[in-house]
Design a protein around this ligand. Structure first.
Ligand code: NDP
Length: 248
């Protein structure tokens, strides 16, 4: 069955890999981007060239009016969203906690936590069978940092992902009788651009020896876990986490 899937932060990395695989399985894919319109447009063109459906929208997930307007636009232009991947996330420069200021913390929490909350809220309002929706599934992209804490690097980011974990469990239980499943993936270290924004493009290779499998992950390996959690094969799975971390 063809489904409408919204992936926030789908222009690059894990979001883009998820979009490619979802389109291949027949979903109508809506991706959002913040600054990289060119990358998002190129991905949409690539998917459309295979005969599949894809659309790109600009969105800052941390701005409530933008999130509300995007969902209204999707209602009109695409139809009901059946699946949501809260993937958009940021990592700031590595530093110790005693160097961090509140402005940085606010940026990280706004994108990683408030952004996921707002998109989930709009999705639930439409998916809930109690509100006349058809049900649905949500996957939040957390991080192994939520468990490991990222000491000396970015404890702010780890705290934001721990908030996502708590949000995942709470929301899953809140909407369990409304036909909506909510789960999270916790990637380990994955080869994407996010490590460059953390100030260390080669970070995956530096830390890969701490991974039992002795390698970093590819975005597609996370994408497959996300799509499984969204699929009907996971019909009795909600409020849980799938670590995609090479055993870390
Ligand atoms: P990338 O940096 O490769 O991509 C980030 C995506 O998020 C881009 O599409 C970007 O858009 C978008 N984005 C950033 N800020 C906003 C915003 N305010 N509003 C909307 N979209 C935004 O990251 P990854 O693919 O690595 O990360 C995806 C998710 O996976 C994140 O939540 C991250 O925390 C998580 N994760 C990643 C790990 C890794 O090792 N890579 C490990 C654990 C978790 P644009 O391209 O327009 O800038």
């Amino acid at each position: 069955m063809s489904r409408n899937l919204l992936i926030t932060g789908g222009s690059r990395g894990i979001g883009a890999a998820t979009a490619r695989l979802a389109a291949r399985q027949g979903d109508t894919v809506c991706i959002t981007y913040l600054r990289n319109a060119a990358a998002a447009d190129a991905l949409v063109a690539e998917i459309q060239a295979t005969g599949r459906k894809a659309h790109a929208f600009q969105l800052d997930v941390g701005v409530e009016t933008e999130v509300v307007q995007l969902f209204e636009r999707l209602d009109q232009e695409i139809g009901p969203i059946h699946r949501l991947v809260n993937n958009a996330g940021i990592l700031e420069q590595q530093m110790r906690v005693d160097q961090m200021d509140a402005v940085r913390l606010q940026r990280v929490l706004t994108t990683n936590v408030i952004g996921s909350f707002l998109c989930a809220r709009e999705a639930v309002r439409r998916m809930s069978t109690q509100a006349g929706g058809q049900g649905g599934a949500i996957v939040n992209v957390s991080s192994m940092a939520a468990r490991l804490g990222a000491p000396g690097e970015y404890v702010d980011y780890a705290a934001s992902k721990a908030a996502i974990d708590a949000f995942t469990v709470g929301l899953a239980r809140e909407v369990a009788t409304e036909g909506i499943r909510v789960n999270a993936v916790r990637p380990g270290v994955i080869y994407t651009d996010i490590h460059a924004s953390g100030g260390e493009p080669g970070r995956v290779d530096r830390v890969k020896n701490a991974v039992p499998m002795q390698r970093g992950g590819q975005p597609e390996e996370v994408a497959r876990a996300i799509l499984w959690l969204l699929s009907d094969e996971a019909s009795y799975v909600t409020g849980t986490f799938l670590d995609v971390s090479g055993g870390r």
